[in-house]
Design a protein around this ligand. Structure first.
Ligand code: NAP
Ligand code: MG
Length: 496
């Protein structure tokens, strides 16, 4: 793909959105009621990409009213389902047609290298096609009941109503698509709240949805701070459902804030995923797999394999090979050809990650590679491997969300499995081995919503995605992903 470097000086423009009028309410782009706004920053350069409106509780009230009115007036549901499917497919086509611009914007706002942005925005296209395919396949059941054949019994699947969709910054456009597509497929109306660090490119999704024929009020956007706009959505008595992807800490806050009207909650939260490498593993497969599993997107992936348990027979060889490969990774502006790793999202994350690395070393880990800033502009951190980390260290216990792998040797597989499960999280896990028996034993034993054998980080739309333990509530993807936006009603009719 040809990318003009000059573009990185430009702002992210979302015609017809005027600079700072980033709220979409009832089909109209508008500024926040208070006129407050903040900048979106390019993490590779520090450039200001444009103004984002800081929506507050008053703006959230307007967005909820818009979504509620559109739902009650059946602006979306009254369209026959083939028409709704056509609109969802048209959103996919339009994202695909604008792919190059969306990819460049995503790189400028998030920092990820172009190939990752191509894959993630491509994932957004697939999400709309996949969920468009659900239209016409969502239905209830009918069956005999014990009261006898004087009765006709059936179930109805109904959309929950107004859904608030709150997304993080690490895969902003794709994660927004992963929520908007199933919410609309289920027949809900929605309010999207992008992350404050990555709001601008996501606005293109809302513009495209309008252009594709999604009626006014069916998809609204409130940009703003999580603690204000997000919190107001969580507390709002007329929001029926929240689908949230983000940190476990904020997830816990949402549980409390949404208790008022007992909102339905889907929570895709953090992780501290273990990777177990056995002494019989094919290291040619394990080395790039483990490295990719943690360093992809600068470690800013919820499923990142951030804890490595490697058999002591291969431990030194593996850690050496991982360190060599990590130190050769090409770090830089994601728009530059050949770059494998971009910056982390913000100064705040940069400071947090460096703090974690320092704490790992002070708690007894050996620094095998990295551990410091790369270059002198932007928020770049060298891929970092901490070796022989004490299992009690914070870098083993807490989600870092940066390019930092904590490696530990083991002799006894049962110990490794116990340690793998010795965490509050349960999002993902992986094992590398050539033994079929051990692969499946470990896959069954690790408490995680997704597990990989001899491969890093694959997912698919039909496969349920979500976490055990404090990694979340519910599943996205497949039938469960659509069901997460629906209620089921039982109807019994007397016939005679
Ligand atoms: P975050 O701080 O939890 O923020 C996520 C979203 O919630 C943002 O839009 C944020 O707005 C908003 N928010 C913050 N405080 C809120 C509140 N009190 N009420 C309502 N909304 C609020 O997470 P992050 O740092 O942006 O993202 C990284 C986290 O996401 C990591 O823990 C990662 O593991 C997780 N994640 C999970 C998955 C998964 O599928 N399981 C996928 C990707 C990421 P602001 O941006 O304004 O703060
Ligand atoms: Mg945040």
């Amino acid at each position: 793909m040809q990318v003009s470097k000059g573009q990185s000086q430009d702002q992210i423009r979302v015609s017809p959105v005027a600079n700072g009028e980033t709220l979409l309410i009832d089909g109209q782009w508008t500024a926040s009621h208070s006129s407050d706004s903040f900048s979106s920053i390019n993490p590779a350069t520090g450039d200001d990409l444009g103004q984002v409106s800081a929506g507050d509780a008053t703006d959230v009230d307007a967005a909820v009213l818009s979504a509620r009115t559109a739902f009650d007036e059946r602006r979306w549901l009254s369209m026959p389902y083939p028409e709704r499917a056509k609109i969802l497919n048209s959103i996919a086509d339009r994202i695909e047609a604008e792919m190059d611009e969306l990819v460049v914007n995503e790189v400028r706002e998030n920092g990820m290298p172009v190939p990752i942005a191509q894959r993630t925005i491509g994932g957004g296209v697939q999400a709309f096609r996949y969920y468009a395919g659900w239209l016409g396949k969502i239905h209830g059941q009918t069956g005999e009941i014990a009261a006898g054949d004087a009765f006709h019994a059936f179930t109805l699947k109904e959309p929950m109503g107004v859904a608030a969709l709150i997304v993080p910054w690490n895969g902003p456009f794709m994660l927004a698509c992963h929520k908007v597509a199933p919410a609309l497929a289920a027949g809900c109306t929605a309010i999207l709240k992008p992350a404050e660090d990555t709001s601008l490119n996501t606005l293109h999704l809302a513009r495209i949805a309008l252009e594709a024929g999604v009626p006014a009020g069916v998809l609204n956007v409130v940009t703003g701070l999580g603690s204000i706009a997000g919190q107001a959505l969580a507390e709002h008595p007329d929001v029926d459902k929240i689908s949230f992807t983000g940190s476990t800490a904020v997830g816990r806050r949402l549980v409390q804030a949404s208790a008022g009207n007992l909102k339905r909650l889907s929570l895709e939260l953090g992780g501290k995923s273990p990777v177990i490498v056995l002494d019989d593993a094919d290291l040619e497969m394990a080395i790039p797999g483990v490295l990719r599993g943690i360093m992809i997107n600068s470690g800013q992936a919820c499923v990142a394999g951030s804890r490595l348990y490697a058999h002591s027979k291969i431990y030194d060889k593996l850690v050496q090979a991982l360190s060599d490969a990590a130190s050769k990774m090409v770090i830089g502006n994601g728009l530059d050809e050949g770059v494998q790793m971009g910056p982390v999202i913000s100064q705040k994350q940069f400071d947090r990650i460096i703090g974690y690395i320092e704490s790992g070393v002070s708690e007894g880990a050996e620094l095998a590679t990295g551990g410091e800033r790369h270059g002198d502009t932007g928020f770049f951190i060298k891929p970092t491997i901490l070796s022989r980390v004490p299992t009690s260290a914070r870098v083993v216990r807490e989600e870092i969300f940066g390019p930092v792998l904590s490696a530990m040797p083991f002799d006894d597989l049962d110990w490794a499995i116990r340690e793998a499960n010795n965490t509050r999280y349960g999002l993902a896990g992986a094992v590398y081995t050539t033994s079929l028996e051990k692969a499946h034993t470990v896959a069954r034993a690790v408490k995680a919503g997704t597990f990989w054998i001899n491969t890093p980080s694959l997912t698919d739309f039909w496969m349920p995605f979500g976490g055990y333990k404090e990694s979340g509530w519910g599943r996205e993807g497949g039938a469960m992903g659509v069901d997460a936006y629906m209620e089921t009603k039982s109807v019994i009719a007397r016939l005679y």
